[in-house]
Design a protein around this ligand. Structure first.
Ligand code: FES
Ligand SMILES: [Fe+2]
Length: 353
């Protein structure tokens, strides 16, 4: 272990700063993982995730120890993961459990591949890549996912940029300018900024276009003519390594991170519209409320996907400009951005202390 003091020569540049692996990261949505193995990359580590025949999810290094090919191109046979090349099979603990052509006088090879703590919660697959005890690290979770009062929409962010560019984008709400045509929020003004260990929270006063106070108000998501600007508090929180935001009482948004490497970030953006204001709806039978929730799933898709395309374009331009001239300095007026940068670097320093 090396010991690093803040801003020492060994602290990498922010735009190359590694993740702190001792957190739960989101690598997939639950339905994306089946008995067909799925290969993912979390901070340069190739990992295969799959379900066994009981539906339990496992995560192993995506590398067959025989000849180093990817296990994610294989298949699940019984409860073993089978390599496509020579058919060696591995159990969920990463041991070789079966070689189809093992001779009577041969023993199974004593190879073991790395396994990762993984769990399914709130519609997503969370993976812990670190070396600390994962059971001691809290998983942030998305409590609105199964809550009957929240309508969800999910959009995938896949951008060629370091995760610091994405989190700065999500924390600097002055960029409502970029999304003018989508009418997400307007006139943000930073009111308060708090920094705690592992967390930065910014409170903005902003104008929202939406007010979900009547059941038909949800149609504002589809019909711009129904929207009226009104002031609402807008909070954004970087709870390392993930992000969430609230806009008034009606909206909550999460961004769940899966940084791939220094120049590639994947993340899931989840937008919730709250039905909390409709007390009459809450008296209806649960199966009906579940039906309403499920039928309205994705109702903000056009809005969310549109915002993502615009944000990704900016992030990729920032990344390209950085690679072209890493010494070029920015001019920053929002102190939230430097707070976020401090948090990213302190998380790196924590893991090497
Ligand atoms: S490379 Fe995987 S079984 Fe041979
Ligand atoms: Fe944005």
């Amino acid at each position: 272990m090396i010991s690093v003091s803040p801003r020492s020569a060994t602290t990498p540049h922010l735009r190359a700063c590694p993740i702190n692996p001792n957190h739960w990261y989101v690598v997939a949505r639950s339905p994306e993982v089946s008995t067909q193995p799925l290969g993912i990359t979390l901070w340069k580590q190739k990992i295969v995730v799959y379900r066994d025949t009981q539906g339990q999810i496992h995560a192993l290094e995506d590398r067959c120890p025989h000849r180093q090919v990817q296990l994610s191109t294989g298949k699940v046979t019984g409860d073993y993961l089978e390599c496509v090349y020579h058919g060696w099979q591995f159990d969920a603990q990463g041991h070789c459990a079966e070689v189809p052509y093992l001779a009577a006088n041969q023993k199974l090879p004593q190879c073991k591949i790395k396994t990762y703590p993984v769990q399914e919660q709130d519609g997503f697959v969370w993976l812990f890549p670190g070396d600390q005890d994962a059971t001691q690290v809290e998983l942030m979770g998305v409590p609105e996912w199964d809550h009957l009062n929240y309508i969800a929409t999910v959009s995938l962010i896949d951008c060629q940029g370091h995760f610091s560019f994405l989190i700065e984008n999500l924390m600097d709400m002055y960029h409502g300018h970029l999304h003018d045509n989508y009418q997400a929020w307007a006139s943000a003004k930073l009111e308060n900024l708090t920094e705690e260990p592992g967390k930065v929270t910014a409170l903005y006063e902003a104008q929202s276009y939406y007010k979900i106070d009547k059941i038909w108000s949800i149609s504002q998501l589809f019909f711009p003519a129904l929207r009226r600007l009104h002031p609402e508090p807008l909070t954004v929180t970087y709870q390392y390594p993930h992000w969430y935001s609230t806009l008034g009482q009606d909206f909550k948004i999460y961004c769940l991170f899966c940084p791939v490497n220094e120049t590639h970030t994947r993340a899931y953006l989840i937008h919730f519209t709250s039905l909390n204001a409709f007390w009459r709806l809450h008296k209806l039978p649960i199966p009906f409320r579940k039906f309403v929730k499920d039928s309205l799933f994705g109702s903000a898709q056009k809005l969310l996907d549109g915002l993502v395309v615009q944000d990704v374009e900016m992030i990729e331009q920032e990344q390209a400009a950085y690679l072209k001239n890493p010494e070029q300095r920015n001019f920053e007026l929002n102190r939230t951005v430097s707070a976020v940068q401090r948090l990213i670097q302190s998380q790196f320093e924590q893991q090497v202390d």
